[in-house]
Design a protein around this ligand. Structure first.
Ligand SMILES: *[C@@H]1O[C@H](CO)[C@@H](O)[C@H](O)[C@H]1NC(C)=O
Ligand SMILES: *[C@@H]1O[C@H](CO)[C@@H](O)[C@H](O)[C@H]1NC(C)=O
Length: 245
């Protein structure tokens, strides 16, 4: 979620930067050069994911030594903890589309991630009515994970102040791999349970895309405007160009 917002802010910044400048180039050419500037900024962002920056921790890989968790839906509940959690692949994106349309004030993009996956150890007390203790290793991956979307913005006539109007992101996933040990003590049944998990995640990502898009838009758009509004544009550009070095 945070990284999504950060991408959007980077996009917003480079747009604001260009719109603010006086340009004599034809708009289409200008749009293309803004597009390639954004692709470049995403490369900077990739480096920041790998090293962390300021208050943002290193996210590729992201590591959590220990984290208790708890959830319940209706009858079913689980609580327990994860240890030695490692998330990989947030930096493994390829830019498929980056298309800035300055006339319509929008950015169309598509990013593809080869594999976003985590490994962890877990312990859990799960069940509905009866309780079962489970523990073991777990691996889960979203393979061929795609983010396609559109950011629409507006610019103040005089101030050139940028405002994000909407951020629509449609995720889809090619394949989900789930290898959670010890869901059942029987190997065959354990595989079946993992298949249920794989199918559930695949459907959740691929078939609720409007729901996910609307939800992200409601969450991320105000966040972006907050982030942009809090600091002056030149301050933020200085931060990014500073980080580039
Ligand atoms: C997990 O993701 C990373 C980064 O995308 C990748 O290099 C690695 O091969 C993946 N692990 C597996 C088991 O596929
Ligand atoms: C969990 O599963 C692994 C691999 O299947 C097995 O070696 C281990 O004994 C299991 N642990 C428990 C607590 O059942």
């Amino acid at each position: 979620m945070k990284s999504c917002a950060l991408i959007a802010v980077l996009l917003a910044l480079s747009l604001g930067h260009y719109q603010g400048a006086e340009v004599a180039e034809p708009v289409a050419v200008e749009g293309r050069s803004v597009s390639s500037e954004i692709v470049e900024l995403l490369e900077v962002f990739r480096d920041l994911l790998e090293t962390g920056y300021g208050p943002m921790p290193k996210l590729a890989p992201a590591e959590i030594k220990h984290q208790p968790f708890q959830f319940s839906t209706g009858e079913f509940s689980a609580n327990g903890e994860i240890n030695d959690f490692v998330l990989e692949g947030l930096n493994g994106f390829e830019v498929i589309i980056m298309n800035v349309d300055l006339i319509r004030s929008r950015v169309d993009f598509e990013l593809n991630f080869g594999s976003i996956n985590f490994t962890t150890l877990y312990q859990a007390d799960v069940g509905s009515g009866y309780r079962m203790k489970r523990e073991g290793g777990a691996y889960m991956a979203l393979e061929d994970f795609n983010l396609k979307g559109r950011i629409s913005y507006s610019l103040g006539v005089i101030s050139k102040q940028m405002k994000v109007k909407s951020i629509l992101v449609y995720p889809s996933v090619g394949n989900v791999a789930s290898e959670i040990e010890n869901l059942s003590q029987y190997r065959i049944f354990n595989r079946k349970l993992n298949e249920v998990v794989e199918e559930f995640i695949t459907l959740t990502v691929n078939e609720n895309t409007d729901f996910v898009a609307n939800w992200l838009n409601e969450m991320v758009t105000p966040l972006c405007n907050d982030l942009i509004g809090d600091r002056s544009l030149s301050d933020l550009i200085a931060i990014i160009t500073g980080a580039k070095k």
